[in-house]
Design a protein around this ligand. Structure first.
Ligand code: UN1
Length: 487
């Protein structure tokens, strides 16, 4: 079956009518697979603002019920939604199933969270006073998601936003509009089951950059959570700040792994294959730089090259494929820019951009290695002292993810310490990609500083209120100030 036939079957199954100006292409063969209608940002923001007035007063555990129902819908639809991810984003079915699982996981997490939106009580310096913090809903949240995780990142944001009392407006990547349409059908199912959610609580606004910009600038959007390139974040961040809106930026990465002399090299090689070549190198957490100790560089690089040379590249629908296509011609061009005629194209499905992952050995960390090229290119550098390796890890503009392979506890701890990796994520004996939802996800520097998903990332979706209550009959002032009225 062609991707277009497959997509039509899924659209029919979900009752989605394919029509409109925006065309979706499958990276499997580059052919169109469906169309969607471009949305109206102003209308969506108006509806979201109205929904907020109602949703913020619904008790949080009841809001959690909606997310629980969404999780149920996702459980049932997991295989079919995964198939659309494979058709539209080009990732292998296993990874697409993982992406839907990530959505289910965050729904489960958010349901529990809906009973745990805790504030603090704080000791007051004044007698007969109590001080506390409350977390209140923030307002409509705009979620801008990227093609490479067309639905999971929306779920990270939306599951939290909804339990936190915020309506959601979703502007998906223009490269993956059909996945978003299917998810919205599941959302509608969950809303029906819930019964009395306000109109406009969860909206999808399809479109290109202009649509995104209009949403970003709308003062009714309280939080812009944007995932994508650093260039996109540089445009979005200041625009939101200009109107004193909040933004949560999860931008690019240029992630490294350090391989130490004591490392289990076979384990490291397998982790390197998954994190550097998996998803055709198109994760923000993809391993892009290998910093390997000179004493183990030869055997490790030989094994990695062997794995890269033998890994099955092809139609991501086939069960034995490990690497699918790049998303489009632009991604392919970016890879050529780095590799030139060393780029090896894999002969898979005509019309798609299938490439063999490449290792590029460097003496110094300069040139294209400092940039994020969204393709399976692994730069390899050698080091002598751990300090040098940590300095190399940190000497790039991005600060998303990092990892170390070692069986020496001192090296591992050194890497995770305050003077170790400067990234938001620092792993030991696993690659930099493939995070679980339970941890806070995001990174520093050009990665944008935002944290999504687990831990206490929910706080970004709420506003904090400090309350001081006087239950006495005197009026003592803070800092001992006397402000007495003359008798
Ligand atoms: C992304 O590439 O934008 O940690 C998100 C990972 C996934 C999420 C990646 N759980 O690789």
């Amino acid at each position: 079956m062609t991707p277009a036939d497959d997509a039509q079957q899924l659209l029919d199954l979900f009752g989605v009518h394919s029509a409109g100006k925006l065309v979706s292409y499958s990276p499997i063969n580059g052919a169109p697979i469906g169309r969607v209608t471009v949305g109206d940002p102003d209308h969506a923001c108006g509806r979201a603002a109205e929904a907020f007035v109602k949703w913020r007063s619904v008790p949080a555990p009841r809001r959690g019920e909606l997310v629980r129902l969404l999780g149920e819908q996702l459980r049932q639809a997991k295989p079919v939604l995964a198939k659309m991810i494979t058709l539209e984003a080009g990732k292998i079915l296993q990874e697409s199933l993982g992406e839907v699982q990530e959505m289910i996981d965050i729904c489960d997490f958010a349901v529990g969270l809906s009973r745990q939106l805790y504030g603090l009580t704080i000791a007051s310096e004044r007698p007969n006073h109590r001080m506390m913090e409350q977390w209140h809903p923030l307002g409509p949240v705009l979620v801008i998601s990227a093609f490479n995780f067309p639905v999971a990142v929306w779920a990270w944001n939306s599951a939290l936003a909804l339990v936190c009392g915020d309506p959601v407006v979703w502007k998906p990547s223009e490269k993956t509009p059909l996945c978003a349409e299917l998810v919205m059908q599941l959302v509608r199912g969950a809303l029906r089951g819930f019964g009395d959610a306000p109109e406009g609580l969860i909206q999808l606004v399809q479109g290109e950059r202009d649509v995104g910009a209009a949403l970003v600038d709308d003062p009714r959007i309280a939080l812009v959570s944007a995932t994508g390139s650093t260039a996109m974040g540089r445009a979005v961040g200041p625009r939101v700040a200009q109107r004193f809106g909040r933004s949560l930026l999860e931008l690019g990465g240029n992630n490294a792994a350090i391989v130490c002399p004591s490392a289990d090299l076979e384990l490291a090689a397998r982790a390197i294959l998954f994190s550097a070549a998996g998803t055709a190198g198109q994760r923000c957490t993809t391993l892009r730089r290998l910093i390997v100790h000179e004493s183990v560089a030869e055997p490790l690089l030989a094994r990695v090259r062997q794995l890269f040379a033998s890994v099955k590249i092809g139609d991501p629908r086939a069960p034995d494929t490990l690497i699918g296509p790049l998303i489009d011609q632009a991604a392919f061009d970016a890879m050529i820019e780095v590799l030139g005629d060393k780029l090896e194209r894999a002969d898979a499905v005509p019309g798609g951009f299938y490439v063999r992952p490449a290792v590029v050995e460097l003496k110094d960390q300069e040139g294209s290695v400092l940039r994020e090229t969204f393709a399976p290119i692994l730069y390899a550098l050698r080091y002598r002292e751990l300090e040098e390796a940590i300095a190399l890890n940190n000497a790039v503009p991005h600060g998303l993810s990092s990892s170390i392979f070692t069986n020496d506890v001192r090296e591992a701890e050194r890497f995770m310490s305050a003077s170790g990796s400067d990234c938001g994520i620092a792993n030991v004996n696993i690659g930099p990609s493939g995070a679980e939802i339970g941890g806070a996800f995001g990174g520093e520097k050009d990665t944008g500083g935002g944290r999504e998903s687990g831990s206490d990332a929910w706080r970004a979706y709420m506003r904090r209120q400090t309350n001081t209550v006087n239950y006495g009959s005197e009026l003592p002032l803070a800092q001992g100030i006397r402000f007495d009225i003359a008798p």
